[in-house]
Design a protein. Sequence first.
Length: 206
Amino acid sequence: MSVIAVTGTDTGVGKTVFAAALTVALGAIYWKPVQAGLDDGSDAASVESLGVERARIVPEAYRLTTPCSPHRAAELDGGVIDPARLTLPAVEDDLVVEGAGGALVPLTRDWLFADQIARWGCPTVLVARTSLGTINHSLLSIEALRARGVPLLGVAFVGDAQEDSEATIAAIGRVRRLGRLPLLPRLDAAALAEAFADAFDVAAFR
């Protein structure tokens, strides 16, 4: 079993869509250890709608009601996230683990998602927008992950092509530019699988 963590520069950058596509492309298992916010459905349900079989989705360790930082969502639900419960599940196939929010989102008052990735020690993909502000957010995230010894596979961009921004992040961040997933006019399993195959070399993730 090999494990890839998927984190992002911020909330809403496209981690779930990318993680779904990567899971399907690798024939992997998907796990979102902490789900914060249930009113609009879960990310596990989203990846299922994008082609990941339900049998290949590991249930969340925490399902929290409020769509906010996991540490606060847990407190509002009357509890605290225990990092010991975030041990990687034992599965026979490759595992794609999707984080909550950005790389530095707090899981507890003194434990960030980047700390959890470092504990796992697994290769990590940083998902970043191509829109304005991405250079700063991406480079800060890269530095934060590297400071914790997280091995970076590279950056996966989501959005319209911005050649200079993408190249600048790769050069200054000394990180591999894995590819760019475009914004799709129709987001479904077939369209996503086709777009991922066109944009990424799956061998880069093995």
